[in-house]
Design a binder for this molecule. Structure first.
Ligand code: ZN
Ligand code: ZN
Length: 178
């Protein structure tokens, strides 16, 4: 939305403050005659751009004072525009904050997930370790039983061998006496 430039009245040119005989391009609309409705006439200088103009005083030229509100332009942003811009800025800041918050929450969630997975892996490994210990214990028991059985068989064998030798001796002595 545009409006006729309040500085030049829509003419696009103004008289120079330094020399009223000279016509210059309007600094507010840059000669286009229209400006955005975001701007209003500066109240500090009444749209002139200077709070005091060049004038003669006791035969001396006193230079005008540039308006600090509009810096020579003669227009300023309207209070509504300033309010709207501030609101937009605050909203952008809030959006940035909530975005950062979401990013932090996501990072925390990922970190918690990683911790959970690691804990699960440790638990799985412990369970596997317990299972292996159980199997090893079981195998040791079986080996001990087999060793015991082997010793028993060895003893039986020796017993049998002894008996066999005794019987052979007996047979020989019988053959000799007969
Ligand atoms: Zn203008
Ligand atoms: Zn001003």
């Amino acid at each position: 939305m545009t409006q006729p430039c309040p500085r030049c009245g829509g003419r696009g040119t103004i008289s120079s403050i330094e020399d009223l005989q000279i016509t210059i391009t309007c600094p507010a609309c840059k000669g286009s005659s229209n400006i955005s409705t975001d701007y209003i006439q500066c109240q500090s200088c009444r749209g002139i751009g200077y709070t005091s103009t060049n004038h003669q005083y006791n035969g001396k030229l006193i230079t005008g004072t540039v308006c600090v509100s509009c810096n020579k332009l003669g227009i300023v942003k309207s209070p509504q525009t300033i309010f709207r811009e501030q609101q937009a800025k605050q909203q952008a800041e809030q959006r940035a904050i909530s975005q950062r918050l979401q990013q932090e929450q996501e990072l925390t969630r990922q970190a918690n997930l990683a911790i959970k997975q690691r804990d699960q892996q440790i638990a799985d490994l412990k369970q596997r370790e317990l299972l292996l210990i159980e199997q090893i214990t079981e195998n040791k028991k079986k080996i001990a039983e087999m060793e015991k059985l082997g010793q028993q068989q060895q003893a039986n064998y020796l017993e049998l061998l002894k008996l066999h030798l005794k019987l052979q001796e007996e047979l020989i002595s019988l053959k000799q006496t007969s």
